[in-house]
Unconditional design. Structure first.
Length: 293
């Protein structure tokens, strides 16, 4: 039984005769008659009682009539669904974003542009640091990630550079640094510094440490925070100062004052979009295309 035969069958039922049905489906009447007979042979039952005034459905024909339209509608729905999935017009994209960048205008613009272009694709956004993002990207737990990397070359991943960030000094609002900013990092040699765990974002951590070594500066770390939001919360509580990505200032936190230092401006912090090249999701490829633009 072919879908084409079901379409012919419905035309005969709805038009009431082979001649009228042949004009509707633009098929010669002998060919249409043959297709109806082939359908009956395939189903091993008669579908019509033929008489001088036309064709009347048999019991089996009435049963098929009840199901045929639904079968054709299901076929149309399935073809439409598969087509939209194949074009990335519908579907789902799971995206990791470093906690700091959830409020960054460049990231917000990318997500907003994607939503404007593909409103029927569902976003699943996970606030994750770079280390956990890499793990989930490599094991297929994420379609894409927006994260800090030292460079764009990573085994098993494709990348696109999204943004060049730098570093800022974050100090308690009521500290002496807020009113009398330091001129260099060396003035902070004895300051209590709040830092992040290396395992949470190894490349981010190592890039900053390499920059400090070039400047012959070693921060005196006395507290650790799980991510930059936690670190800034500890700064606001007066537990110390912190050196954080400039993107952190897009999410102002009461009690925290951000300061620029020339030595921190020169530390390029590279934000990348990363994904697995073997991920064949059209919805993902559309996101990559927008990011590239």
């Amino acid at each position: 039984m072919e879908f084409r035969q079901l379409q012919y069958f419905l035309a005969v039922v709805e038009e009431g005769s082979l001649s009228a049905a042949s004009r509707r489906v633009h098929v010669a009447q002998p060919a249409l008659t043959r297709q109806i007979r082939l359908l009956e042979e395939d189903l091993e039952t008669r579908l019509f009682n033929r008489h001088a005034r036309g064709m009347r459905l048999t019991v089996a024909g009435r049963a098929l009539h009840e199901e045929a339209r639904e079968l054709l509608d299901q076929r149309t729905r399935l073809r439409t669904r598969l087509s939209t999935l194949g074009q990335g017009v519908t579907g789902r994209v799971s995206l990791g974003v470093t906690v700091t960048h959830l409020w960054v205008p460049e990231v917000a613009r990318l997500l907003s542009s994607y939503r404007d272009h593909y409103p029927r694709v569902a976003f699943e956004v996970f606030p994750l640091l770079s280390g956990p993002q890499l793990d989930r990207l490599q094991d297929g737990g994420l379609d894409a990630g927006i994260l800090y990397l030292d460079g764009g070359e990573l085994p098993g991943l494709e990348t696109r550079l999204l943004q060049r960030d730098h570093l800022l000094l974050a100090v308690p609002e009521n500290s002496r640094w807020a009113t009398s900013p330091p001129a260099s990092l060396h003035e902070l040699a004895d300051a209590d510094v709040i830092w992040g765990f290396r395992h949470a974002s190894p490349q981010y951590h190592d890039r900053i440490q390499a920059h400090f070594r070039r400047l012959d500066f070693q921060p005196r770390v006395v507290q650790y925070g799980a991510d930059n939001i936690a670190i800034l919360g500890m700064v606001a509580a007066g537990l110390g100062i912190a050196i954080v990505p400039a993107a952190s200032s897009h999410h102002p936190m009461p009690g925290v004052h951000f300061l620029q230092l020339p030595e921190l401006d020169t530390c390029d912090m590279l934000l990348w979009l990363a994904w697995r090249p073997d991920n064949d999701s059209p919805a993902l490829h559309n996101l990559v295309s927008l990011a590239t633009q």
